[in-house]
Write a protein that binds this ligand. Structure first.
Ligand SMILES: [Fe+2]
Length: 121
């Protein structure tokens, strides 16, 4: 894997069959292969801000519990825990100035486990 930034450790290839059943991704959805659209975190980056959206309904019985954004170095840049009463699973985080490289966005469903989108800036 190509090193993206001199000060950044090599990004870990977590989007791999090795982690299927632990970390679900677009390409490795395992037993949740029919659940990708409603669980994969969608990432938009604009003007130093990351928006993470999970296209999932929110109810007491079934909802998105949490989002995080993490750098390749493992620094948690943002985290949000949702209430099932919230209208949608969307979170916004401000990036450190000059942030670049590989990042991870995560979304956790109370019934359908832990999902990951890897993105670069
Ligand atoms: Fe779900």
């Amino acid at each position: 894997m190509q090193k993206l930034h001199a000060a950044e450790p090599e990004a870990v290839a977590v989007e791999s069959p090795r982690f299927t059943g632990i970390i679900y991704t677009a390409d490795h959805a395992g037993k949740w292969s029919g659940k990708v659209k409603g669980h994969l975190p969608q990432v938009t980056v604009d003007a130093g801000k990351v928006t993470v959206f999970t296209d999932h309904s929110m109810s007491e019985e079934h909802f998105i519990v949490r989002h995080t954004v993490v750098s390749a170095a493992g620094e948690v840049l943002g985290e949000k825990t949702f209430s099932p009463k919230e209208a949608k699973a969307q979170s916004e985080f401000v990036l450190p100035e000059g942030a670049s490289g590989t990042f991870y966005a995560t979304s956790f469903c109370n019934k359908h486990d832990f999902w990951l989108t890897t993105f670069t800036i």
